[in-house]
Design a protein around this ligand. Structure first.
Ligand SMILES: Nc1ncnc2c1ncn2[C@@H]1O[C@H](COP(=O)(O)OP(=O)(O)OP(=O)(O)O)[C@@H](O)[C@H]1O
Ligand SMILES: [Zn+2]
Length: 637
């Protein structure tokens, strides 16, 4: 052994000692006995569990006899579990994940040492010429997680609302079930499938369902796992993954976020032989190398097919694309039903109504909505989940969580009430605007108040008239403040409204060809070139004269709609006062109350309203500046 090798051995010994000390320490700190997930479910069923707390991906629980235990929750989606807990009448709650345990702090502080060891080991491997070089730390091993055929319990029945995508992959299931038979019958052997769709549309779910239907093992790895700081590691991980997969054939390899490795070669820094490029090349080599008869199918997922290297899409590689779109109304209803199956539901629950009120939601958003509703029901000690909880969950996801603890003084409350009432009244009076569904001055997310509009159907294009109505509505808030409190009192609360109105106007002129003066031309061009993860926008040059005309045209669109909004508010001043008063009193008003106000009546108080109840929250917490929320639909201010 030379000196270097001795050194490495010494360091490894030190590392082992440190690791032992640390792990001893950590087990002593967390004395709760670990429990297997399946054993835990059994205990839930037999009724020996008393209480459960969700904490990150762990569950902490107490048995009826007072014993404590922890369970690592393997599921990201725990509606199933919540349903079981509710049925067994077990109380549960949710805690935020721990910031940073002592263990991680220790690991972080010892990171430089570990890094040094890693570098040395790496150089050793290089010196040995790679032969038999799978050293103690096995860098080159793939990180793919293998789920055996029994573990993949997902079937096509769990994937809803994407029927076309399902139809396209049925053939793959047939192939995996019996590759030899499939070939005999003359089917074209599939090899690579690229699933394309926005985040949360169920690409992973669909891939798992293919494995579940065909009852074959499922290897899963994320593209970003291949990208390592050491040159050559990613490539050897790819090699290793394919080796493993061939041993388990027929099977599926699922590569999530393939764009992390599959980016257009040469798009990186300098374009040289960087790590990512080697990994990608290895992937291409492996995909060419295996015969389809072996029964390995590679499924990759991405939401950026445009940045992928064209070599990946050539015949024999990922030559099939399956688009997994955002669900439409029917699809959303079906997805909701899939997730609701697992819960005890009240009789008033109507998935169709929820589906109609959630345009733009992905499958993951809907799963989350059902989860949140279950948690609301649990917190209120309800035995079933009712429509009310689903509505609250929807509002929470769309507008951010209510922040009742944040106290506005009376003046601020009044300003916010007039601001929101201004949006609502203009929105209700302009043509082709979505109906107003709810107005609230309870702070939500980062906004002080929210006016919610409900698109009645999914829209794929918007008319000029509608866009102008949007601009007018956006100005409604600030205008109302100005009219009631005078120009000096206007707050910064409207800055985001103004930004958005300006953006709409500018896009109308420069991108959507909706200006008579400038005609149907595109005046700026966004190119999709991506550099280091950021998209670089290149502007096509426009002459000074044109630029000036664009500015004028944008300004005139803004001016005319601003004036329009102002005339509406002047005409409906009595309704503005009435709505603001209602908001100050009730804090949230709904469709029916809005209708009352617009017809000149006093709004009915909501069900269960008590005029003598104490006012809202008391503590002070004002960390953020008032701004509009960052929620889903484009129509809230
Ligand atoms: N079509 C669907 N039917 C039922 N549930 C769905 C559907 N789409 C998504 N979900 C729910 O959302 C969760 C997350 O979806 P999944 O991870 O499959 O999305 P993804 O498209 O792979 O997202 P990402 O691109 O972020 O990886 C699923 O576990 C499931 O609970
Ligand atoms: Zn506003």
């Amino acid at each position: 052994m030379n000196d270097l090798a001795k050194n490495i051995v010494l360091w490894i010994v030190i590392a082992v000692v440190v690791a032992t000390v640390v792990s001893n320490f950590s087990t002593r700190a967390g004395a709760d006995a670990p429990l297997k997930y399946s054993a835990f479910l059994e205990e839930v069923r037999t009724g020996s569990v008393d209480e459960v707390t969700f904490k990150g991906d762990q569950l902490k629980g107490t048995r009826k006899n007072g014993e404590k235990f922890i369970v690592n929750n393997p599921e990201t989606d725990y509606t199933d579990l919540i349903g079981a807990l509710e049925k067994a009448n077990i109380t549960f709650s949710k805690e935020p994940a721990e910031r940073q345990s002592l263990l991680t702090q220790l690991l972080i502080s010892s990171f430089p040492i570990l890094l040094l060891i890693a570098v040395w080991v790496y150089f050793m491997r290089q010196m040995q010429g790679g032969a038999g070089g799978r050293g103690a730390m096995s860098f080159g091993k793939s990180r793919a997680r293998l789920l055996g055929e029994d573990q993949v319990q997902v079937t096509f029945a769990d994937v809803a609302g994407v029927d076309e995508a399902k139809e396209e992959v049925v053939e793959i299931v047939e192939f995996l079930k019996d590759p030899a038979k499939f070939q005999r019958l003359g089917g074209k052997i599939p090899r690579g499938v690229l699933m394309v769709g926005s985040p949360g549309t169920g690409k992973t779910l669909l891939a798992r369902a293919i494995a579940g239907e065909a009852k074959v093992p499922f290897f899963t790895i994320s593209g970003s796992d291949f990208v390592e700081m050491f040159v050559g590691v990613g490539a050897s991980r790819v090699r290793d993954m394919f080796e493993q997969a061939k041993k388990h054939a027929p099977c599926i390899i699922f590569i999530d976020e393939i764009d992390a490795v599959g980016r257009h070669r040469g798009a990186g820094l300098g374009g040289g032989h960087d790590e990512r490029e080697q990994t990608l090349n290895q992937l291409l080599v492996e995909m060419d190398g295996f015969e389809g008869t072996e029964g390995v199918i590679v499924i990759a997922a991405t939401n950026r097919p445009d940045v992928l290297d064209p070599a990946l899409l050539r015949p024999g590689r990922f030559d099939r694309q399956v688009v997994v779109p955002l669900p439409d109304v029917r699809g959303r209803e079906q997805i909701l039903k899939v997730h609701m199956r697992k819960l005890p539901l009240a009789e008033d629950v109507r998935p169709q109504v929820i589906a109609r009120g959630t345009p733009g939601f992905s499958g993951a958003d809907l799963a989350n909505l059902v989860n949140e509703a279950a948690l609301f029901a649990a917190r209120a000690n309800r035995r079933t989940v009712s429509m009310d909880e689903f509505e609250r969950a929807k509002d929470k996801i769309m507008m951010g969580a209510e922040r009742r603890s944040m106290v506005m003084d009376d003046q601020e409350k009044k300003l916010t009430a007039y601001h929101e009432a201004g949006h609502a009244i203009v929105g209700l009076s302009v043509p082709e605007h979505d109906p107003v569904y709810k107005v609230t001055i309870i702070p939500r997310g980062r906004a002080l108040g929210v006016t919610m509009f409900l698109p009645e159907q999914d829209r794929y294009s918007i008319s000029k008239r509608r866009l102008e109505s949007k601009i007018a509505t956006l100005f409604g808030g600030r205008l109302a403040e100005e009219m009631i409190f005078g120009p000096e009192s206007v707050t910064t609360g409207a800055s985001n409204d103004i930004e958005r109105a300006t953006e709409i106007a500018r896009n109308m002129v420069t991108r959507w060809g909706l200006s008579d003066r400038l005609g149907p031309l595109t005046y700026s061009e966004e190119s999709g070139e991506v550099f280091l993860g950021r998209s670089v926008t290149q502007h096509k040059h426009v002459s000074d004269v044109t630029a000036h005309a664009i500015d004028e045209e944008v300004r005139s669109l803004i001016d005319s709609n601003y004036k329009h909004a102002k005339s509406i508010l002047e005409k409906h001043l009595d309704k503005l006062h009435k709505m603001a008063e209602a908001l100050i009193k009730f804090e949230t008003i709904d469709e029916n109350q809005i209708k009352d106000i617009m017809q000149g009546r006093d709004p009915q108080p909501p069900a269960g309203w008590d005029d003598n109840a104490p006012p809202m929250g008391k503590s002070r917490d004002r960390g953020e500046t008032p701004e509009s929320p960052i929620g889903k639909p484009a129509s809230q201010h």
